[in-house]
Design a protein. Structure first.
Lengths: 449, 431
């Protein structure tokens, strides 16, 4: 049973939309309820599971759209949205597309447009693949999961460098697992019985970083109410991991250099020299050589840190590791949230494979956690992925069954996609599509884009 | 071609900006146009992103400068026009009109967070009103001053002004003035945890409002009584008052009041351990707010309550998302006070995850609270949570230092209940 909640569709302003919807969908397998306004809609959404919300947007359509997307995200079973607006602007349509809204329909709503949008919401039978069982080299909460050639190279390097006490610089884009590798080196190294102390240099305000690293004496500055032992001292006999090292000021870099070279530090406001015997691992997502050229990073510190350099691959370079990592995270979060998920639909996997993964493994982990939370049965499906993935769904080939599109629909969707890419610039879009801009404008009008 | 320079961090940009009053709108613009560094969003420092770590492009600031000039001009126009109007009123012997214009200017100052300036306007208004035959303008001036003192956390001073307003209003048969004064006195008592006093004032206000029949006013006082009962832990009475308030507001379709009321309703449901109902109330509050004139402060408050609900249920991911949405609203609306609350809650979240780096949120909250007009209560709230955060991480000495600071701050404003709560925490720590 498909449950539809129509909001603001009763009044004259909606052109008798509710009446139309009732006629168009018939009675079989669809339940329709109406809510006159937003507050009452929210109350009704709280009463059970809804699959689709048809909402008539008000005067401030952009605001209303954002509000609905936000609200439905928090509702049970995350219903899909069909937005209806008076003369929707191109910007509104593009934003809606990005946010995974099923469709934005202009008033008065045409039967075929509504049914087309509704077809996209109907659950369809999808083929699914069983998630592989992952045997990770478990390292703390995260894990080194992956069998791609690029990762095998990393493992080899980690195995070689870990037994020494050499300083290591781990380089890689955000979310590629630099701290995971640092922990792996620590655990498999000679100081594994000592502490692993991680400091995120970019997270800590610049004025506090020095005291965080080196500690301070009581009264060293306003607010220094007691002596503080810094991270260098905390890591004695273990490993100090300095993450995002490029974000440090030059003055602080000089102090780090001294600590690395002399193996001793001074607390802020203190006069005693304190020996610090620590293994140092640093990490960065920046190109330090470029930073050196720009005068933002000390060359001498770079060479002190990069005794061994480990470069981590982007998720996009790791091929089938994506499936392994997905399986690993699904199992991890299914356990945490008390779910039983054993497989992933072809479509969801395809969406994951097509995604750009700017945040690499960290982003994947986040996406899977969110998907596991909203999943309702034992298969992870495309609709469990975040809204922006739903937007990307339009770029996938047509669905295997139940929703074959007409040529006009394909054309309309393709035009929308190109316009999304060109940020609504008609000239640029016409060039990509290989048609005159007047033709494009005409087609946009025709398809109500 | 030279690549564009990276944006300047807000912490650095603000450090470069002298604490000069005339630069307030520039500071506000700088904050509202700041953006998170795209590269940082997925980096390991991404989850710790605060206002100070956002970036701002000087060129964009230059481009948007006219916006700041416009705000300044508009504000000055409001003030100057109000003054000229007051002058004209005085010329034609309309003292009440002069006071109204002066009070309006004060309200304008309050809207942009210039509380000391607002006080200066209200003081003049009060002085003018005291020379008038008609004493209603004096009630209005006293009430405005009372509300201002409550905003500043000077509850006793606020109560003193409301007390005077009430005495005059009753003598003058100024019923709206008397109701407002009763409500103010109730608020002052509530803020100082004087439950009996608050109950008496709100009830008195409600009796007057009921006699007048204004549904909006009745609704407000019923809501106040509901809030009070919730603080006292009497959920049945609280629920009953909130239900009555809802009836009143619904009957006049008061969207903003409905949003505020449902926010309180959500807090009550959460207190009763009914997270589902609480979440429903908060979501409905956001829906009402969508129909009301934009009130970013209330939106942030609702979203923070929603985030706290997620936090209590261990849904950290949802909680963090809600806090980030609140942060976005607060930054766009330049609501520094709200940012203090947001970062305090973010720090609390990290404490739950035993994440030591979470201290950065408290540090940011403290720094921001220093940018505001002094509000000991706000600062104390940060120190309490900072102390509890340190305690969770086993850093007892630091925890104690922060809690002692909070106790001191609560003591300075006479907030006995919160002071006792902090003392209880300190005792627990000693035990």
């Amino acid at each position: 049973m498909l449950r539809i909640l129509a909001v603001g569709a009763e009044g004259g302003g909606s052109g008798g939309l509710l009446h139309g919807i009732r006629q168009w969908v018939g009675e079989g397998g669809v339940e329709i309820e109406a809510a006159p306004d937003l507050p009452r809609a929210v109350r009704q959404l709280g009463t059970g599971r809804w699959h689709v919300v048809v909402a008539v947007l008000g005067e401030h359509a952009d605001d209303d759209l954002a509000w609905w997307v936000d609200t439905l995200r928090g509702a049970t079973a995350a219903p899909r949205l069909i937005a209806v607006a008076h003369g929707p602007s191109m910007g509104l349509v593009l934003r809606a597309e990005k946010l995974g809204v099923l469709d934005v329909l202009p008033l008065p709503v045409r039967r075929e447009d509504f049914l087309r949008a509704l077809r996209r919401a109907r659950p369809i039978t999808e083929a699914a693949v069983t998630l592989p069982v992952v045997e990770p080299h478990a390292v703390g909460e995260y894990a080194l999961v992956g069998q791609s050639p690029a990762m095998l190279d990393v493992y080899r390097l980690v195995a070689r460098v870990a037994p020494s006490t050499a300083t290591v610089l781990v380089q890689g884009e955000s979310g590629t697992g630099k701290e995971v590798v640092a922990r792996a080196i620590h655990i498999n190294g000679p100081v594994s019985s000592g502490a692993f102390v991680a400091v995120n240099c970019a997270a800590i305000p610049e004025n506090l970083l020095e005291s965080e690293l080196f500690g301070h004496e009581k009264g060293a500055f306003t607010g220094a109410v007691m002596r503080k032992i810094g991270r260098f001292e905390q890591a004695v006999g273990g490993t100090l991991f300095l993450d995002e090292i490029a974000d440090m000021s030059l003055a602080l870099q000089a102090k780090i250099l001294r600590a690395v070279q002399e193996r001793e530090i001074e607390r802020v406001g203190g006069t005693d020299t304190i020996p610090v015997d620590v293994r140092l691992i640093a990490a960065t997502n920046r190109d330090l050589k470029e930073a050196i050229k720009q005068g933002r990073f000390r060359e001498d510190l770079y060479y002190r840190l990069a005794v061994v350099l480990i470069r981590l691959p982007r998720l996009g370079e790791r091929g089938e590791d994506l499936l392994l990592l997905t399986a690993y995270f699904v199992r991890q979060f299914a356990e945490r949230y008390g779910k039983q998920i054993h497989s992933i639909s072809d479509r969801a996997l395809e969406l994951l494979r097509n995604h750009a993964w700017v945040g690499n493994v960290r982003e994947l982990r986040n996406v899977i956690e969110r998907a596991v939370i909203v999943a309702t049965d034992d298969v992870l499906r495309a609709e469990h992925l975040p809204e922006e993935f739903r937007g990307e769904e339009a770029t996938l080939p047509d669905r295997p069954e139940g929703a074959l599109l007409t040529l006009a629909e394909v054309e309309a969707r393709h035009i929308t996609r190109v316009l999304t890419q060109t940020n609504g610039q008609i000239g640029a879009a016409a060039e990509i599509l290989g048609i005159h801009r007047n033709t494009l404008t005409r087609k946009m009008k025709e398809y109500g884009l | 071609m030279t690549p564009p320079l990276p944006p300047v961090r807000v912490e650095k940009a603000l450090a470069l900006l002298p604490d000069v009053e005339a630069l307030g709108p520039l500071r506000a613009l700088l904050v509202s146009i700041s953006r998170p560094d795209e590269r940082a969003l997925w980096s390991s420092s991404g989850p710790y992103l605060t206002l100070g770590k956002r970036g701002v492009q000087p060129e964009e600031l230059r481009r948007r400068m006219p916006q700041a000039f416009h705000v300044i001009t508009e504000h000055l126009q409001t003030l100057y026009r109000a003054y000229v109007e007051a002058l004209e009123c005085q010329q034609r012997g309309d003292g009440a009109g002069a006071v109204a214009a002066l009070v309006r200017a004060g309200r304008g100052e309050e809207r942009v967070g210039r509380l000391s300036q607002a006080r200066a306007w209200y003081d003049v208004a009060l002085r003018v009103s005291q020379a008038l035959q008609d004493r209603r303008p004096e009630v209005e001036s006293l009430r405005s001053l009372g509300e201002l003192f409550l905003r500043l956390g000077q509850y006793a001073e606020g109560a003193r002004h409301f007390q005077r307003a009430l005495a005059i209003a009753e003598a003058e048969f100024d019923q709206p003035g008397a109701i407002a004064a009763c409500e103010g006195l109730g608020d002052a008592a509530l803020a100082q945890s004087q439950w009996t006093g608050a109950q008496a004032w709100y009830a008195r206000g409600l009796r007057l409002a009921t006699a007048g029949g204004d549904q909006r006013q009745i609704g407000r006082l019923e809501r106040d009584l509901g809030v009070l009962a919730r603080h006292q832990g009497d959920s049945t009475v609280a629920g009953e008052h909130l239900r009555k308030a809802r009836e009143c507001f619904e009957s006049v379709d008061a969207a903003e009041e409905m949003a505020g009321l449902l926010n309180t309703q959500g807090q009550l449901e959460a207190q009763l351990g009914r997270p589902q109902a609480a979440s429903g109330a908060y979501r409905e509050a956001l829906a009402w707010l969508q129909r009301a004139p934009r009130d970013a402060g209330l939106e942030v408050s609702i979203r923070l309550n929603l985030a706290e609900l997620h936090l209590e249920a261990g849904r950290f991911l949802d909680g963090e998302e809600e806090m980030r949405r609140a942060e976005q609203v607060a930054i766009a609306g330049n609501l520094t006070g709200r940012l203090v609350q947001i970062y305090t809650l973010m720090g609390k979240l990290r404490g739950r995850q035993l994440d030591e780096t979470g201290f950065v949120f408290f540090e940011q909250a403290i720094e921001l609270s220093r940018m505001l007009e002094p509000s000991p209560t706000t600062e104390a709230q940060v120190y309490v949570e900072y102390g509890l955060f340190r305690e969770r991480l086993g850093q007892r000495e630091e925890a104690r230092a922060y809690l002692e600071r909070a106790r001191e701050l609560y003591g300075s404003v006479g907030d006995a209940a919160d002071r006792r709560r902090v003392e209880a925490e300190l005792e627990k720590m000693t035990a």
